[in-house]
Design a protein around this ligand. Structure first.
Ligand SMILES: C[S@@+](CC[C@H](N)C(=O)[O-])C[C@H]1O[C@@H](n2cnc3c(N)ncnc32)[C@H](O)[C@@H]1O
Length: 279
């Protein structure tokens, strides 16, 4: 028997709070998942029923943030959907690095970066073209996520050895070094890759305080958690922070929808280019 009872009304109320806070839209089939992810929070908060926990959520914004973090799914991996990094490499060689050499500012955004494997794969792609790093070029990567715990993990750049076991030996040797810490032998991302990235906590549903446009945006495997209306609004917002010719990479089961589909043109699998009026 379960330690707590999660009623349909508890589930609906928690789902509504989650959608309001993070845009994440839970179908009723996720009731078991909500229970298993929140049990620990109820215990830590010293609450004895979901009803009591709901009352706590209404008055305590820190607990609301913890509830959101507990309900985000952070699955990711290095070079996930490899074809995006092959495409990015060509783009860097043919357009972005020549533009940066002419003094242009170049920005790449990993908009739901989870524990960092995505932005580090972007950084490794940059380093595969610019082995010494960006040097004097104004080329930077921004990596953001709503979940501050995963952003903190990403910032450390330290992973269990299993995270890189499927990478080619050359990639492992070039971009990682072995480190021994409290968790035994782990791997650390090289300094050159870490220097290219700024990590920040950012909720995509709220204001984006960044200045300037993004030449490339990775927004992969996060829209699937949002309602069709939220997705449509966000695609438009991404389009509004890209220059003409800017590139958007999305997840394998996602699709650009709504008015943004007029200007974000599908140029390769799950790869879009902004045409027409951008920023
Ligand atoms: C499945 S991971 C995808 C990670 C990476 N982009 C990839 O494709 O491997 C989804 C990420 O989206 C983040 N996320 C969910 N809602 C968000 C929101 N409203 N704003 C920013 N990030 C969000 C989660 O915290 C999680 O780390």
């Amino acid at each position: 028997m379960n330690e707590f009872i999660l009623t349909d009304s508890d589930f609906r109320s928690i789902s509504a709070l989650l959608e309001k806070a993070a845009g994440i839209n839970l179908s009723p089939s996720k009731k078991t998942l909500v229970y298993s992810r929140l049990v620990k929070r109820l215990r830590l908060a010293g609450t004895t029923t979901f009803a009591e926990y709901r009352t706590l959520l209404e008055r305590d914004s820190t607990e609301r943030q913890k509830m959101v973090e507990a309900l985000t799914t952070n699955t990711t991996s290095f070079y996930r959907e490899r074809h995006h990094f092959d495409h990015l490499k060509d783009l860097l060689i043919n357009q972005l690095i020549p533009a940066a050499r002419q003094g242009r500012r170049v920005r790449i955004w990993s908009a739901a970066c989870s524990t960092g494997e995505e932005p580090y794969s972007i950084a490794f792609t940059v380093l595969s073209v610019l082995p010494q790093g960006s040097g004097d070029l104004d080329l930077k990567i921004l990596a953001t996520d709503i979940n501050s715990t995963v952003v903190e993990k990403a910032r450390t750049g330290i992973y269990g050895s299993s995270a890189i076991e499927t990478l080619p030996p050359g990639t492992r040797q070039r971009f990682f070094e072995k480190v021994t810490g409290s968790n035994g032998v782990e791997v650390a991302v090289c300094r050159a890759a870490r220097d290219l990235i700024s990590f920040r906590t950012l909720n995509l549903q709220e204001a984006w305080p960044m200045n300037g446009a993004f030449d490339v945006i990775f927004c992969r495997n996060v829209m699937i958690y949002f309602s069709p209306e939220t997705q449509s609004r966000l695609w438009q917002r991404f389009g509004s922070v890209m220059p003409q010719g800017g590139i958007l990479y999305i997840g394998h089961s996602e699709r650009v929808t709504g008015p943004a589909a007029q200007s974000l043109i599908n140029i390769a699998p799950t790869t879009y280019m902004l045409s027409g009026e951008g920023k």
